[in-house]
Design a protein around this ligand. Structure first.
Ligand code: DQA
Length: 164
């Protein structure tokens, strides 16, 4: 039997997430971006080992340049886990691109944006992503990845709540 090719998933971090580790550690934690990505990889390996997940190839990307970030989303990914940083609240271009790509995206925020300043409580991306996880730090990426793969990218049908 020929093995199915691994699902290619992008973990995309946007503007200022390269400053993790030193930026507002009380809000975003003390891990650097690199440490966080290695942590996500390790936690995913644990989850995948016990939960019959299909093979997944994780790719990590960060940019502070919006155009470069937008283009990186368009490389034939099977799914995207995205933390757009402040672009969440400002970039209609990003929301339009996510909508236009027709690739299932899960939005993640390290902090609970809904419990912060009013400007952070709106996400322009939230209406075009499949779902959103906020407030659980690095673990949120793993939760989003698990949910994305198990609801959108497996042949096993998963019951989903109907959209209101
Ligand atoms: C963030 C929340 C945004 O409001 C902020 O601009 C960020 C990080 C988060 O992960 O909590 O850069 O996306």
């Amino acid at each position: 039997m020929v093995a199915k090719p691994a699902l290619r998933i992008l973990i995309a971090n946007g503007v200022n997430l390269d400053l993790l580790g030193s930026r507002e550690p009380d809000v975003y934690g003390t891990q650097t971006l690199d440490e966080m990505n290695r942590d996500i990889e390790a936690r995913w390996a644990e989850v995948a080992a016990v939960s019959k997940m299909p093979a997944v190839e994780l790719h990590f990307f960060q940019s502070n340049h919006e155009g470069i970030f937008l283009e990186a989303l368009d490389a034939g990914w099977d799914g995207i886990v995205i933390n757009p940083g402040a672009w969440t609240h400002t970039s209609l271009a990003l929301a339009d691109r996510i909508k236009g790509l027709n690739v299932p995206c899960a939005e993640v925020h390290l902090s609970n944006i809904f419990g912060r300043e009013s400007i952070r409580r709106e996400s322009l991306c939230s209406s075009v992503v499949v779902g959103l996880v906020a407030g659980f730090g690095a673990q949120g990426y793993v939760a989003a990845l698990f949910s994305l793969v198990s609801t959108q990218l497996t042949s096993r049908p998963q019951p989903l709540p109907s959209r209101r």
